[in-house]
Design a binder for this molecule. Structure first.
Ligand code: GDP
Ligand code: MG
Length: 411
């Protein structure tokens, strides 16, 4: 209900009343029971409501019956989300996608209208006879086809752009996460660029991509549209192209709002993981960004981390708004993106050098270790920043780090 409220406000409505009924089997006539429907009509007229929004999906016949009894327009969650998307759409592609989703919705409901007209249950439903419904059906289908063609051409252009970026040596990182988790805020903080961020849902509709300075690595960060629970499949299809940035990225930053209760965190995280799977983005490294830590206590954060440990790894707590732990996050990001540098060093055996070796084992890809009476030698591959760190430590222990494979010692 809270989410529906939030979505409703994001679509620009003022909420004047609400009513709740949980039914295992939706009532065929009104979706809610007929007593509840009468109650709804009373609330609507007492509060002079102009529209009724349902949290669940409605059938065409239910929309019709509900509109009749309440005397106002009735929409469901799907149409509400479409309205929000339509309000925020600025790019041509986004506009086409919304139009496509709307038409596909029409098409699905047109079938029901045809069926109703055929069995004579609703003669002249919406003023359309059987013949007109078929004509209407065909017209919508043609429109859908034409929009799909346009979208295909846009997609091709985007793929070429993406390929060019990759060829010029850029790594692609995309933001993912539930809507309102703070993706756009993190995007702004990391790129120091301004794209609109506000408490409304779905601020980011079009895919936005900017360069990030990541220790001299060429990285492009993409802000994506947020995930929402129970997003109808047709809508997922329609927004696939914005999600495509996620499918083709080298790293995903999965943003989680940790200021919420644990069960909400779980629900939203599950939705994100399912969506990532659904769009085929599995196998890409993921960093779980625990955002909004400024809103919770250290104890609460610790509890949350302990709880999430079971199914998530690579968690970095941050506050995107107050720019907390941004360097920590960047260091974590650079690791899976950089090519590994091969290097080696030789040091006298001591407690310090042995502990350095065990540290290297934990943080880098070790190829070879050799010991003789006084010396140890190790060769490994690691990202540049890590190699620099190890090099400093080797120097402080009186040795030198050499780039390239180690000379093997006689054992
Ligand atoms: P998106 O839908 O995931 O792109 O979320 P936004 O970036 O638009 O952020 C949603 C809301 O959360 C906005 O009101 C932000 O100001 C707020 N927000 C984002 N990050 C933080 C944070 O680290 N701390 C706090 N307190 N609020 C944040
Ligand atoms: Mg956003």
């Amino acid at each position: 209900m809270e989410e529906l409220r939030s979505l409703t406000r994001a679509a620009g409505y003022e909420i004047v009343g609400s009513l709740e009924q949980v039914r295992r089997h939706p009532h065929p006539r009104y979706s809610i029971g007929s007593g509840k429907a009468t109650e709804l009509a009373e609330i609507a007229s007492a509060s002079s409501a102009e529209k009724v929004v349902f949290g669940n999906e409605l059938k065409a016949v239910q929309v019709y019956n509900l509109a009749k009894i309440t005397g106002v327009e009735v929409i469901d969650r799907f149409q509400l989300i479409l309205e929000i998307f339509a309000r925020r759409a600025s790019r041509r592609e986004a506009k086409l996608q919304i139009e496509l989703a709307r038409l596909q919705y029409e098409l699905a409901h047109a079938r029901e209208k045809v069926r109703l007209a055929r069995i004579g249950e609703q003669p002249g439903f919406l003023g359309l006879g059987k013949y007109e419904v078929d004509v209407y059906h065909e017209a919508v289908r043609r429109q859908v086809h034409s929009i799909q063609g346009k979208l295909k051409r846009i997609k091709k252009t985007r793929e070429l752009h993406r390929q060019r970026r990759r060829e010029s040596g850029f790594s692609l990182v995309s933001l993912a996460g539930y809507t309102n988790s703070g993706k756009s805020t993190l995007f702004n903080t990391l790129t120091q660029e301004k794209v609109p961020a506000d408490p409304d849902l779905f601020t980011t509709l079009s895919t936005t991509t900017r360069a990030v300075d990541l220790f001299r690595e060429n990285v492009l960060l993409t802000d994506t549209v947020g995930f929402v629970d129970k997003l109808p499949l047709t809508l997922i299809e329609a927004f696939r192209s914005t999600l495509e940035e996620t499918i083709f990225s080298d790293l995903i930053l999965l943003v989680v709002d940790v200021s919420e209760p644990l069960d909400e965190i779980d629900r939203k995280l599950l939705c994100c993981l399912e969506t990532i799977q659904e769009i085929g983005a599995t196998g890409i490294p993921v960093i779980t960004v625990l955002n909004k830590i400024d809103l919770i206590s250290t104890e609460h954060l610790d509890q949350t981390v302990q709880h999430l440990k079971a199914h998530m790894s690579n968690m970095i707590p941050v506050s995107a708004l107050y720019k907390t732990n941004m360097n920590l996050l960047k260091e974590e990001m650079v690791r899976p993106l950089t090519r590994r540098i091969q290097s080696s060093f030789t040091l006298p055996i001591s407690t310090e050098s042995l502990s350095l070796v065990s540290w290297v084992f934990d943080h880098a890809a070790v190829h070879k270790v050799a010991y003789d009476k006084e010396e140890l030698s190790i060769s490994f591959g690691a990202p540049p920043d890590l190699t620099d760190k190890i090099s400093d430590r080797v120097k402080s222990l009186g040795g030198t780090l050499v780039y390239g494979e180690a000379q093997s010692l006689d054992s």
